[in-house]
Design a protein around this ligand. Structure first.
Ligand SMILES: [Zn+2]
Length: 285
């Protein structure tokens, strides 16, 4: 009997230690979703988050709201729901452009820009407007927190090439001057990458342990994510980790969280826009 009891206790302990990180710890995890809102997939993701009682952060694309609330109500209805259900909404900028690909030569800036070009190069003025535009959309701005995630992390990711780094610094300076905080990620499972689909959950759990928790980059435009999110969340929870909102995040996650989270009133955004605009005119473009 004693032996049996010992065996049961041993199995319980062994089972437990098997399910958490090798260091025996569990961590805090923040879920973030980029590129949406998607008319079908985002509501499905919101359903899962509601069922699992998890709060997340959505970085939305400004261009999805360009027709205004009355002409194009659906994406705004999704934002209403996000807000009502306690999620944070940040900006993924207007178009999904590579913000740090800034033109060197002022002569090139005289060429008309192609609206379908997302990789650039762009003028400083174009980059600036792309960052600020969601905040100057009167229908959209009241939903947005000052949290921004730059597409591809371009501008935020440091470069060893000084010419590139000058451009990165310039992009981050636009955010800082506009009192916008950047939220980077430290856990990336490439949920857009079909090749890696099979190993996604394994990679997610491994990274949570290796990186001691942090910000997970996901996309609410990916059907794989909408389909499997429930099982991913359940697995994260069963490993003992906590999924918490970014707003309740620990300060000691350093790079993983926005260094400062400012909250300018929507009414001040126009004047802010003008203020930054003036500074940029002084610097050239
Ligand atoms: Zn993106």
């Amino acid at each position: 009997m004693e032996k049996l009891l010992f065996l049961i206790i041993f199995l319980l302990i062994a089972g437990n230690s098997f399910s958490v990180c090798p260091d025996g710890k569990s961590y805090e995890v923040y879920l973030t979703f980029d590129d949406g809102p998607h008319p079908v997939l985002t509501p499905r993701i919101l359903d899962v988050l509601k069922e699992e009682e998890v709060k997340a952060t959505f970085f939305v694309m400004g261009y999805r709201f360009k027709n205004g609330k009355t002409k194009n109500p659906k994406p705004f209805e999704i934002l209403d729901r996000m807000k009502k259900e306690g999620h944070l909404i940040g900006s993924h900028t207007q178009y999904h452009i590579k913000h740090n690909n800034i033109k060197d030569d002022d002569e090139i800036t005289k060429k008309p820009s192609d609206p379908n070009d997302f990789l650039g190069p762009f003028t400083k003025r174009q980059v600036f407007e792309n960052i600020l535009k969601p905040y100057s959309n009167v229908d959209l701005q009241r939903y947005l927190t000052p949290l921004v995630r730059l597409p591809y992390g371009a501008g935020k990711i440091k470069s060893t090439n000084p010419t590139v780094q000058v451009k990165n610094d310039w992009v981050m300076n636009v955010l800082a001057t506009s009192k916008l905080g950047h939220v980077f990620w430290n856990i990336d499972v490439e949920d857009w990458n079909v090749q890696k689909e099979k190993y996604l959950l394994e990679s997610l759990l491994k990274q949570i342990c290796q990186k001691k928790g942090g910000v997970v980059l996901l996309h609410d435009t990916q059907s794989n994510t909408a389909e499997n999110l429930k099982s991913w969340i359940q697995k994260i929870k069963s490993e003992g980790h906590k999924i918490i909102p970014l707003s309740e995040g620990r300060k000691d996650t350093g790079e993983a969280l926005a260094p400062e989270i400012c909250k300018p009133e929507p009414s001040t955004l126009d004047s802010l826009y003008n203020e930054v605009n003036k500074i940029l005119i002084k610097t050239g473009n």
